[in-house]
Design a protein around this ligand. Structure first.
Ligand code: C2E
Ligand code: C2E
Ligand code: C2E
Length: 88
């Protein structure tokens, strides 16, 4: 859906990410691992990332940030609440 809105709060479910096949989530998994390494943040079940990072990831996945948001919700990597409400 090209009209999809990008997430405003991006909190990645790291446990779910690990369960998904590498050919789907490889670039995202590497990106998240790099951020964890830069922060020294290895113990979380979730990882909050920058809105700016969603834009970079969307380019990598050849989608709009809104389309990538929908994809991540579909994979269970983002919770459905990450989808901005129409009233926002
Ligand atoms: P929250 O943002 O709703 O996060 C809830 C919990 O999710 C956090 O509890 C933490 O266990 C986990 N979490 C979220 N993002 C990350 C992440 O990038 N890495 C890791 N390892 N865990 C993450 P916690 O730490 O007890 O924080 C409770 C609340 O305190 C947070 O709720 C947030 O409102 C605030 N907080 C904590 N750290 C920050 C921060 O760096 N910036 C801001 N603005 N608020 C923070
Ligand atoms: P940096 O961008 O120079 O940020 C330095 C420090 O500022 C961070 O150290 C963190 O303590 C704080 N900081 C910067 N922006 C935020 C923010 O939006 N929220 C909170 N709570 N703190 C912020 P830290 O965490 O050890 O990160 C070290 C370096 O790792 C950062 O240097 C940055 O280059 C990279 N990094 C960390 N997390 C991310 C991320 O989510 N996305 C990207 N693109 N880079 C990240
Ligand atoms: P947060 O810590 O609650 O920060 C919310 C927003 O405040 C950030 O959204 C950013 O727009 C602004 N902000 C906070 N600290 C800084 C800062 O030091 N420099 C600048 N230029 N802006 C800042 P954003 O970028 O979308 O990040 C969303 C969440 O991702 C942050 O929520 C934090 O939980 C996490 N995050 C982002 N960058 C870092 C980082 O470098 N280190 C750590 N530990 N967490 C980060």
């Amino acid at each position: 859906p090209s009209g999809a809105e990008p997430a405003t709060k991006i909190v990645i479910n790291l446990e779910r990410l690990q369960q998904l096949p590498a050919e789907k989530v490889g670039p995202l998994a590497r990106y998240a691992a790099t951020i964890q390494s830069q922060r020294g943040d290895y113990n979380g079940k979730v990882l909050s990332i920058r809105t700016e990072d969603l834009r970079s990831l969307a380019i990598i996945y050849d989608m709009t940030p809104g389309e990538l948001t929908e994809q991540l919700i579909e994979w269970g990597v983002l919770p459905p609440e990450a989808r901005p409400s129409k009233e926002d």
